[in-house]
Design a protein around this ligand. Structure first.
Ligand code: EPZ
Length: 417
């Protein structure tokens, strides 16, 4: 059990070097098995989910190692096409290995993936699309067996721009005969990052970042180097923390456009924000005002992953804010915990109404999931007295050395394992 001890009220000041993106790294790790390629990946965060992906790669027969923020993979031989239940259930992203294994081995055997409990998280869009590419898929109880003697390129229209389904199709389609066109594709920066890795890996792919992605064939590439982009959700979390407690921080190494919707609401709440090249400067007096309506949407809309941390930043903001969650059915699990700090939040269906309170009071909280846990840390930084966040490891799934990064900005935080 991780115990985060936070003494709130210390302003955050200084430079934060934002870690590499978890959600960009994971599909790229799966993509590394498409050919007999040696991949050197830089700026990969050291996280539980990354460890889980590396263990899957080793189980499949690859050499895969992480040293600090560098990962090297040699996918010269892939000897297995089945992923054991225990490895599958460590994280949601394990499902992306389905498309990659299908492309490399013509077969994938796995069971439904794990990940944060955010409500129903089906994989029907992934399976439907792979079937349309020519895969035969049997769902036998809890086991999913996909086989494809020959995948055929086709036009696929996604009814919802699922990030994972878009990634899975991009990977499987690299082995298809002819072109595959994904209409209604997810447009997240992580999809663009996957495209950029795939191009280096010899794949003919274009359109990522728009709603139409086109994938052609792949030629064998021996060796490549790729740098993982900065994590826009970690950047958003630090920005929300500085906004909530007050201070002046520079987020370095980021792509400001990737989290401009989050910055938009922080500006509306009263923060001064300046973006230049690969930095964002945020200054806050710690006294925010409510922002009215916020609605989570697929990119380029407001990201669901930043919803809990923005909520935490708004708990003391004068006036009213309403957050509507449209992506996941159960992503307000942080709310009962935040109320225990004295927050005034009313839930009605998929909306949360927040009225800013004068002060929050530290207490003991239980992290419910990755971003919910991060929201509790943000709220704890803005609360009076001591907050303890007890966490079974959710936060470590997505935030690298987060306690040290916050301490470097002047926060009074310590993490006991
Ligand atoms: C990715 O999850 C991210 N994970 C999530 O980040 C993020 O919250 C999510 O995209 C939305 O932005 C990774 O990139 C590893 P989806 P993913 O498929 O791919 C429904 C975090 O905190 N759906 O776009 O699983 C689904 O139930 C994590 O870092 C179907 O109905 O998201 C959900 O309601 C959590 N059928 C919605 O679509 C399907 O087959 C969005 O899911 C697939 C999805």
């Amino acid at each position: 059990m991780d115990i985060w001890r936070i003494r709130g009220g210390r302003r955050l000041e200084g430079v934060c070097f934002v870690q590499g993106s978890k959600n960009a790294s994971l599909p790229i790790l799966a993509a590394s098995i498409l050919g007999k390629t040696e991949s050197e990946l830089q700026n990969v965060p050291q996280l539980r989910d990354i460890d889980a992906a590396l263990r899957i790669l080793r189980h499949l027969g690859c050499e895969a190692e992480q040293r600090d923020n560098e990962v090297t993979i040699n996918a010269g031989s892939v000897t297995r096409s089945a992923i054991p239940r225990k490895l599958m259930q460590e994280m949601r992203s394990s499902v992306i290995f389905m498309g990659a294994l299908l492309a490399r081995c013509g077969e994938a055997r796995l069971c439904p993936p794990g990940g944060c409990q955010l409500g129903r998280r089906p994989i029907d869009l992934h399976l439907d699309a792979l079937r349309r590419l020519g895969a035969e898929i049997e769902e036998d109880g809890d086991e999913i067996v996909c086989r494809a003697h020959r995948l055929r390129g086709t036009v696929l229209a996604l009814p919802f721009p699922s990030v994972g389904a878009t990634e899975n199709i991009m990977l499987a389609a690299t082995a298809a005969k002819g072109e595959t066109v994904i209409r209604g594709a997810a447009r997240e920066p992580e999809i663009v990052a996957l495209q950029s890795y795939l191009r280096k890996a010899g794949v003919d792919v274009r359109g990522a970042g728009t709603d139409t992605v086109v994938i052609g064939g792949r030629r064998e590439v021996q060796r490549l180097t790729h740098r993982i982009l900065a994590d826009r959700i970690v950047a958003s979390t630090v920005a929300c923390a500085a906004a909530a407690v007050g201070g002046s921080v520079e987020l370095r190494g980021v792509e400001p456009g990737h989290f401009s919707t989050v910055l938009h609401f922080l500006k509306q709440a009263g923060c001064d924000i300046m973006c230049k090249n690969r930095s964002v400067w945020l200054r806050s007096g710690g006294e925010l005002k409510g922002v009215g309506e916020v609605r989570t949407e697929p990119y380029p809309g407001f990201p669901t992953d930043a919803q809990p941390v923005l909520m935490a930043a708004l708990l003391r903001a004068r006036g009213r804010s309403v957050i509507t969650e449209t992506i996941f059915e159960n992503r307000f699990r942080q709310v009962p915990e935040l109320r225990r700090l004295g927050a005034d939040i009313t839930l009605a269906g998929q909306s949360a109404e927040i009225w800013g309170v004068d002060s929050l009071h530290g207490t003991v909280l239980n992290a419910t999931d990755l971003r919910g846990g991060a929201a509790m840390i943000v709220a704890g930084l803005a609360a009076e007295g001591q907050t303890l966040v007890c966490d079974e490891g959710h936060i470590r799934r997505g935030y690298e050395s987060f306690d040290a990064r916050l301490r470097a900005l002047g926060a009074d935080v310590c993490l006991d394992h």
